[in-house]
Design a protein around this ligand. Structure first.
Ligand SMILES: [Zn+2]
Length: 219
């Protein structure tokens, strides 16, 4: 961790002391295993107020992400939350979409419980394939506010890539930031990370077709 993570600053609550680096532990229980992650924050020695700086938050996200190695194929709560947010639906809509009880997604996202093997598989499919979510939504009669926007995002990203091959490396850098990863379909990013340009030229149009087909279907 660099110095910036624990940069000294006055307590925002009482202003009587400098915030001191502190840690706390979050505990998760995938497959009844105990997984702990030590997270960073700052605490005021005078009044006890706690605050997490932006740099600490970035470090914490990386630490949380790293726990996935111990999940043995299970999805982390934030992955399920990300899937739901990606399509702009509530926990209750997600429950209806996937045929679960009303509080199921609240529990999945907090990791109070973990989806069983079948549900995990379906969620992973939904994360990978826009069409799966589209099919489920149609079946459940749920509107997905962000679906068209996501197809549009994919199209724009690809136009940037294919207009100029020299830009590909730069695009990859952009795509590897968390924000951009949410904005482009994950298989396109993986395709770049795989490093095969030839393969990619086939993969990308197929991706376009998928949106186009879906668009017609929903017109
Ligand atoms: Zn204080």
């Amino acid at each position: 961790m660099n110095d910036r993570v624990n940069k000294p600053r006055p307590c925002p609550a009482c202003r009587k002391a400098e915030m001191q680096p502190a840690t706390y532990v979050r505990e998760f229980h995938p497959r009844d295993r105990k997984v702990t992650v030590e997270l960073l924050t700052s605490r005021c020695p005078a009044c006890g107020a706690e605050a997490t700086s932006a740099a600490q938050h970035v470090e914490n996200l990386a630490r949380l992400k790293a726990r996935k190695d111990q999940y043995d194929g299970l999805l982390m709560g934030e992955e399920i939350l990300a899937l739901r947010r990606r399509f702009g639906i509530t926990q209750q809509q997600a429950a209806k979409l996937f045929g679960k009880g009303k509080i199921a997604f609240s529990r999945y996202e907090n990791e109070a419980t973990y989806p069983d093997e079948t549900m995990t598989l379906v969620l992973k499919l939904a994360i990978e394939k826009l069409d799966v979510v589209r099919w489920l939504a149609e079946r459940a009669g749920i509107e997905l506010p962000f679906l068209d926007a996501r197809c549009e995002d994919e199209r724009k990203q690809k136009l940037r890539v294919f207009r100029n091959d020299a830009r590909a490396t730069r695009w990859l850098k952009i795509a590897s930031t968390e924000k951009a990863q949410r904005a482009v379909d994950s298989d396109l990013v993986r395709w770049w990370e795989g490093g095969s340009q030839d393969h990619s030229l086939e993969a990308a149009p197929a991706n376009d077709d998928r949106c186009e087909m879906a668009r017609e279907q929903y017109a």
